[in-house]
Structures are given as C-alpha cells and as structure tokens.
Ligand binder design. Structure first.
Ligand SMILES: C[S@@+](CC[C@H](N)C(=O)[O-])C[C@H]1O[C@@H](n2cnc3c(N)ncnc32)[C@H](O)[C@@H]1O
Length: 194
C-alpha cells in the first residue's frame, strides 16, 4: 500500500498491463499449470496476494474452488470484474482470517503465492504471513510460494521463517516450469507442507 500511496496510478497501470497481455494471447498461466498438476479436480485453493486474479482465475476455470486475497481493493475489484467465480477478499495477508459460514476456520488443499508477493511484505510481517498460511492449510495441504532473489528476502531466511511457522520444505525448484534450483539461482519456487 506504500507503493500505491507514492503512485496512486500504480494499481490501474498493473491491471491494464495484465489485461493487455491477456488480450495479446500471452501465456499467463505458468503458475496455474504447476499448481493444477498437484491437485485433484475440485480442490480448495487460496491465491494469496492474488492481485487482479490471474492465477486464481485460471484455477477456477480449471475446476478448482478458489478464494483470493489481496490488500489492494482496486486489484480485488479488477479480479471480480475480469475473473468472476472465485471469492475475492480484501485482506492483509499478515492478518489472514478466512472463515466458513459456520464460523470455522476455512482450510485449503493448496495455497499459491506467486508473483513475488513475499518480497512486497513488510519484513516484520513475513512470519505472521507464513503462520497464517499454515493455519489455513487442510491436513496434508501444501503451500507453493515463488519469488525472485535480489529483492531483499534471502532464500535461506525464508526457509528459516517457514520452518518456524510450521511449514516443512517438501520440494525446492528454480521456477514454475520445474526448473532445478541452483545455489546462485535467480528464482525460487518452494513447496511446503504442514
Ligand atoms: C506483483 S503482484 C502479484 C499478483 C499476483 N499474485 C500475480 O502473480 O499475478 C504482488 C501482489 O501482492 C499484494 N500484496 C502485497 N502485500 C500484501 C499483503 N500484506 N497482503 C495481501 N496482499 C499483498 C499486492 O497488492 C500485489 O497484488
């Protein structure tokens, strides 16, 4: 939200950028392809830091039951317009709290966190965000989190924070197309389990 305060047109620029890419027929589904391969049809998926709904929208089209959360109301409005179907929520991931109508904690088979979301968080909230993911995972559920290096969040620190939050490393990849992870790699996709 600090980025938006500094540049109030940032969100509309971001929304239009993805609309233009979609209109051109660009492939915007790499993350959703990997996630879909990990799940049976009809799974419960949370798109964490969903922005205008690119990943969650595609997973909904593929037949999953999707919720999305983002802190930016303008991006959530765009998700509702461009990708109707999932339930989209304005929430800060540091205070993630999704509930069933019964009031019980909502749980997901998979939480996907794509597009460098982890590096946009205030560093003091990273642990809370990861703990919130752990709390919202169903038994056997997994979180899939991808972000680039050189953005202020060392991969080693991330795995330490994840372990503290109760998320165990299952698979470490170098990209959403199953690229191998290398020590000097520029990107990380981590699959974490409860
Ligand atoms: C680069 S965008 C990625 C959007 C989407 N995941 C994608 O890959 O298309 C980063 C997103 O993280 C969201 N974000 C950053 N901090 C957040 C927080 N504390 N809670 C919820 N969303 C947050 C931003 O609003 C933005 O939509």
């Amino acid at each position: 939200m600090r980025i938006v305060e500094q540049d109030p047109s940032h969100s509309s620029w971001y929304i239009e950028r993805f609309r233009e890419m979609a209109a051109k027929g660009d492939d915007l589904h790499g993350e959703a392809r990997l996630v879909d391969a990990m799940l049976p049809r009809g799974s419960r998926v949370l798109d964490a830091g969903c922005g205008p709904g690119r990943v969650g929208g595609r997973l909904h089209e593929l037949g999953h039951r999707v919720a999305g959360v983002d802190v930016d109301p303008e991006l959530i409005a765009a998700a509702e317009e461009d990708h109707p179907g999932p339930d989209w929520h304005v929430q800060d991931l540091a205070e993630l709290d999704l509930r069933e109508d019964s009031g019980q904690r909502r749980r997901f088979d998979l939480i996907v966190c794509a597009g460098n979301v982890m590096t946009f968080l205030a560093p003091s909230t990273r642990g809370d965000v990861l703990a919130g993911f752990a709390e919202h995972l169903a038994e056997g559920g997994r979180a899939v989190i991808g972000f680039g290096s050189g953005r202020g969040y060392d991969f080693a620190d991330f795995f330490t924070d994840a372990a503290r939050a109760g998320l165990r490393e299952q698979v470490r990849l170098g990209g959403w197309a199953l690229e191998p992870c290398s020590d000097d790699g520029g990107f990380l996709v981590a699959v974490l389990g409860r």
